[in-house]
Design a protein around this ligand. Structure first.
Ligand code: FAD
Length: 469
């Protein structure tokens, strides 16, 4: 075994939580080691999450656009997908970005160990690498950024071919005839979109009576309608209660949550996308006295301290919004705190994007939230059908919805269903970060014709004075 080396900071997990934490800590003068078991750094997000899914979504969006160019007067013959080519595109994006992360760590003189890390003590981590095990010492802190794994169902053993998690659904070798998606969250809707565009019939089974739970219910309903028009089939308010194989197909028994009869859904591929659970199993948390909460997350205080002195946790493993950029903000804030600063995460302005087409993006409070909390608010809406650029782009679906405080006019939440909503939301994020009122955006010049004009008009609508509706 190798001799023990010591670092100020030892980070377990090189995903979007761990690696920005390492870079920021190094910028602030700390010596840092990152331990990750994957070949490519970047965690779930880069290897089997955000990045490969977006590469497939981008490729298939182009396919779908190319099929519909005639409405623009552009004639393209024989448009078709070459699945191998699409997968090569995905692989290249993932590899290049992963190599980029490795480069960034080298540039910041962060030591990188490939292997499994487990806690031996509050200041000692064992790394099990391919060529043996060794220990690293943490003189200041150990950071757990081990992320999450796909949750599964006991009845449906994952083989990543016929019954798949999102990881398998990113690498199918042929488009399924019928893809059954269990769970109507963003992962199911995004990967369902990919395979629908590549020719699969897609059925989404969801226990709740709405898709993308957690988003503003008006926006969820609007997205539901658009996806249905695209050919998605939805089986909402239903639970999968059993399954069996029938030849090469999987037959799912589904039961309504309310009254009604059981039914069956037959599919050649089933995607289980029911959420993610924290990855804590092999960290030996108990050796330092850390007990995960009821749902498996590591409890931390506002400074990301766990119950063990000198051990911190960030990212998916501590729960909250399980998003890459939330993990990144936490990693940076923690690094700043460990270097003596006052790093802080503003959880009220973390955007969330569902990368269907149109995209659904949101930041801040939902109308459902505000109602439940008894907050007096005003709503401004503006449809993309009334936006000139959306018209030129033939994007008629979607709307911008702005929620503002009835008394102060402060923007409390913005929800956008529409073309490039994931980019458009950032104007709202930025102004909310500065505590803007709807009136502030309403009085800000927006270039014409552009999609962001729809946000301005929705802000004008808060005061019932839209110009273009
Ligand atoms: P992770 O990214 O999970 O990284 C943890 C790393 O630690 C992993 O590499 C893991 O292998 C390693 N590890 C764990 N335990 C150990 C150990 N004991 N020793 C060594 N290494 C260990 N989020 C977004 O914001 N936008 C998106 O578009 C988006 N799309 C997604 C699509 C899919 C299909 C999925 C599955 C997720 C998506 N997410 C998206 C969520 C995002 O991937 C996570 O929120 C994010 O990766 C969390 O970062 P993290 O650093 O906490 O953990």
């Amino acid at each position: 075994s190798r001799s023990t080396t010591s670092y100020d900071l030892v980070i377990i997990g090189g995903g979007p939580g761990g690696y920005p934490c390492a870079i920021r800590a190094s910028q602030l003068g700390l010596s840092v080691a990152v331990i990750d078991d994957r070949e490519l750094l970047g965690g779930t997000c880069l290897n089997i999450g955000c990045i490969p899914s977006k590469a497939l979504l981008q490729a298939t969006e182009r396919l779908e656009m190319a099929r519909n160019l005639e409405a623009f007067g552009v004639m393209v013959d024989n448009v078709r997908a070459d699945l191998d080519g699409v997968m090569r595109h995905k692989g290249k994006v993932v590899t290049e970005l992963g190599e980029g992360v490795a480069y960034l760590l080298r540039k910041h003189k962060v030591a990188r160990f490939q292997g499994r890390g487990r806690l031996l003590a509050r200041d000692r981590v064992e790394v099990r690498a391919a060529d043996g095990a060794f220990e690293v010492q943490a003189s200041k802190a150990v950071v757990i950024a081990s992320g999450s794994e796909a949750a599964t169902l006991p009845d449906l053993p994952i083989d990543e071919r016929r019954i798949v998690t999102s990881a398998g659904a990113l690498s199918l070798t042929a488009a399924p005839r019928h893809l059954a998606v269990i769970g109507g969250g963003y992962v199911g809707l995004e990967l369902g979109s990919v395979w629908r565009r590549l020719g699969s019939e897609v059925t989404v089974i969801e226990v709740l009576d709405r898709i993308a739970s957690g988003v503003d219910s008006e926006m969820s309903a609007a997205l539901h309608k658009v996806l249905e028009a695209q050919g998605f089939q939805f089986c909402l308010g239903h639970k999968v209660v059993g399954s069996r194989m029938e030849g090469d197909d999987v037959v799912l028994d589904v039961e309504p949550m309310g009254d009604g009869a059981r039914g069956t859904i037959k599919a050649d591929v089933v995607l289980v996308s029911i959420g993610r659970r924290p990855a804590t199993a092999r960290l030996d948390l108990e050796t330092v006295g850390i007990a995960p909460d009821r749902r498996g997350f590591i409890p931390v205080d506002e400074g990301f301290r766990t119950s063990a002195d000198g051990v911190y946790a960030i990212g998916d493993v501590i729960g909250g919004a399980m998003l890459a950029h939330k993990a990144e903000e936490e990693g940076i804030a923690l690094a700043e705190r460990l270097a003596g600063g006052a790093g802080h995460v503003d959880y009220g302005t973390i955007p969330a994007v569902v990368y269907t087409w149109p995209e659904l993006a949101s930041v801040g409070r939902t109308e459902d939230d505000l109602k439940a909390a008894g907050v007096a608010y005003r709503v401004g809406r503006f449809p993309f059908s009334a936006n000139a650029m959306a018209k030129a782009r033939l994007e008629k679906n979607g709307l911008v919805k702005v929620l503002a405080d009835a008394r102060t006019d402060k923007i409390l939440g913005v929800h956008i269903l529409g073309p490039d909503a994931g980019s458009l939301i950032h104007e709202a994020v930025a102004v909310m970060q500065f505590g803007a009122a709807a009136e502030d955006v309403a009085r800000t010049s927006h270039a014409h014709p552009t999609l962001p004009e729809a946000l301005r008009e929705a802000c004008l609508a808060v005061a019932d004075r839209t110009i273009h509706l």
